[in-house]
Every structure is written in C-alpha cells, then in structure tokens.
Design a protein around this ligand. Structure first.
Ligand SMILES: [Zn+2]
Length: 79
C-alpha cells in the first residue's frame, strides 16, 4: 500500500469516527463504513435518507444539521 493510500484510509477512518460520534449524540446507529457519496458530512446520512443535501467545498450538509448549526451559531453570536 502506498503512503498516499494509507493517508486516504486514515482520513476516511477519522471521518467515520467523527460521523459516528455525532450519530451517537443524535441517536442514529453507528456506521461500519462510509456511505456512498454524497452524504451529509455532519451526520453521515445519505442523500436518500435526508431528501436533499447542500453542497459546499468538499462537504455536504442536510437540512437537520444545517438547522442545528444555525441554532448553535445564533447562540454563539447572540444574534
Ligand atoms: Zn446531517
């Protein structure tokens, strides 16, 4: 396995761990592997689970995570 491949696998493992951390908090069962893209970069749910995804630079977000992010940002900024 090349260094590049090892790095890619490690990045995927990190993303999977991060997704599963959030999924546990949100009450979704953990994933054993990354879903087929596109999937929400925050909760790991696939497009067919969430209906629509907003695409950003190298990331996607579902409506539920966008709403949660908005709520947290509003609390943070107080606006
Ligand atoms: Zn999401």
């Amino acid at each position: 396995m090349s260094d590049q491949e090892i790095e890619k696998r490690l990045a995927e493992k990190e993303l999977l761990d991060a997704l599963n951390g959030i999924r546990t908090i949100e009450g979704f069962p953990p994933l054993s592997e990354l879903p087929e893209p596109p999937f929400c970069s925050f909760c790991g749910r696939a497009k067919n689970e969430v209906g629509a995804l907003v695409e950003g630079h190298n990331a996607y977000i579902c409506a539920q995570c966008a709403a949660e992010a908005r709520r947290l940002l509003l609390r943070e900024t107080g606006r």
